[in-house]
Design a protein around this ligand. Structure first.
Ligand code: PEP
Ligand code: MN
Length: 454
């Protein structure tokens, strides 16, 4: 804390540092505190990545979803890497999200809020602090913003300079996202173009048929003289797990209009399943920020946990402020989710409820691949919609680990990726992602569910 008071910052900054007295789980063991302070000063002197006005606008969009008038599509890598921040890969991820959003919007006749797990999704919680290979034990890989993936002592040492690099990679990623989504690429008239370059398969063909319908509707609108800027630009927001507090804290800025602190590392920030204790540093830190905040809830979360998180993070119960992302597992969701939904509703709270059908469904194959079955993902997704139907609450969104690349990381889907195929293109350094086609298939399924709600 002294480091900040030394600069003579206001009392609101002191309040922002209240988390420093609490236990922060899942932080790296930095060996050089001075280098952390240097990185922190560097980050504190950089421009914000996102702006208060954008963050506020996303909050109003999420409020719509919490009321049942919009749907959240949140997706991207489990762990972004510095090497993976290339123009092609970013473009293909954005294209995949745009395609999914079109399928959902057209299918469900509902606005879709697009939020990438992008431009900052670099820090990973791990089940163990160390990793052992062939009798050698080294620190676990905690994401590119902390250490390297290569299994050597040099690479696995936590390096604070990586936080500054992470900021710059996030900035160039965001720059490209802004260009793609504001500069004509996201024009709905490009709806066919987004499908170009992806291998032909059933999901892509289904998408092409839908794109043709959209084309026809657009030509009709043109003929009627309808002009709308909504057709040639799209709002696209970025989000990540705000895990690494030495990165997040220096990127907080006080909004000059209102004097309120905003986390400017991303529009929406979330707290992971492993760091959501009420008396932990993450919940305390995020409670001070004005951003839309999400919290992951696993199968052990109780109604009381949820209500106490609401009291701490959203005491005003402001729609759009708080999102619960449930990740129960396909086997558990139908038992675990309905009582949680009912308990929160009965307490008069209206958070946005989103499903993450990925993180409760991890398995490891005999050959050692971390994977997920597409069928389990779909099963949890259906369980999410069933649970909300049962309780009468609104299933407000999906949170997916995906890529625009044709990787082979999750089993199944219409390409029927089997265990032997996993090895052919497994690129994730962390959790397995849906590939382009599996992502589209999922979007079509969600669109069906949303249609049946109307
Ligand atoms: C993640 O989203 O990559 C993640 C680690 O999720 P969870 O906190 O739900 O386990
Ligand atoms: Mn993950």
């Amino acid at each position: 804390m002294s480091q900040h008071t030394a600069f003579g910052v206001s009392s609101s900054a002191l309040e922002l540092d209240s988390y420093r007295d609490l236990v922060a789980k899942q932080q790296p063991n930095w060996s050089d505190r001075e280098a952390v302070a240097e990185a922190s000063q560097d980050l504190a002197s950089q421009p914000p990545l996102v702006f208060a006005g954008e963050v506020d606008r996303l909050r109003t969009r999420l409020a719509q979803a919490a009321r049942g008038e919009a749907f959240l599509l949140q997706g991207g890598d489990c762990a972004e890497t510095f090497a993976g921040a290339t123009a092609d890969k970013i473009r293909d991820r954005v294209k995949t999200m745009l395609q999914m959003a079109v399928v959902l919007t057209y299918g469900a006749s509902m606005p879709v809020i697009k939020v990438g797990r992008m431009a900052g999704q670099f820090a990973k919680p791990r089940s163990s602090d160390t990793e052992t290979r062939d009798g050698v034990t080294l620190p676990a890989y905690r994401g590119d913003i902390v250490n390297g993936y290569d299994f050597t002592p040099e690479s696995r040492a936590a390096d604070p300079k990586r936080m500054v690099r992470g900021y710059h990679v996030a900035a160039s990623t965001l720059n490209l996202i802004r260009a793609f989504t504001q500069g004509g690429f996201a024009d709905l008239r490009q709806v066919h173009e987004w499908n170009k370059g992806f291998v032909s398969n059933p999901a892509n063909q289904r998408y092409e048929a839908l794109a043709a319908e959209i084309d026809r509707a657009l030509r009709f609108m043109d003929a009627c003289g309808v002009e709308s800027s909504a057709l040639n630009q799209t709002e696209f927001y970025v989000s990540h797990e705000a895990l690494l507090l030495d990165y997040e804290r220096p990127l907080v800025r006080i909004d000059s209009r209102t004097g309120t602190p905003y986390g400017t590392s991303g529009h929406m920030l979330w707290i992971g399943e492993r760091t959501r204790e009420l008396d932990g540093a993450h919940v305390e830190f995020m409670s001070k920020l004005r951003n839309p905040i999400a919290v992951k809830l696993g199968p052990t979360a109780t109604t009381d946990d949820a209500l106490r998180l609401i009291d701490k993070l959203d005491p005003e119960r402001e729609p759009g402020r708080l999102t619960f992302i449930t990740r129960m597992g396909a086997e558990k969701i139908r038992d675990a989710l309905p009582p949680l939904l009912a308990g929160v509703r009965d307490a008069g709270a209206t958070p946005l409820w989103v499903t993450d059908p990925m993180h409760g469904n991890g398995i490891t194959t005999a050959t050692g691949y971390k994977t997920r079955r597409f069928d389990d993902v779909m099963n949890e997704l259906l369980g999410f919609f069933e649970s909300h139907r049962e309780v009468g609450t609104f299933p407000g969104g999906v949170h997916i680990e995906l890529t625009g690349d044709d990787v082979t990381e999750c089993l199944g889907g219409s390409e029927n990726i089997d265990e032997a195929t996993l090895a052919t293109r497994y690129e994730s350094l962390c959790d397995p992602r849906l590939n382009h086609m599996q992502s589209l298939e999922l979007a079509f399924q969600v669109a069906e569910e949303l249609k049946s709600l109307r």
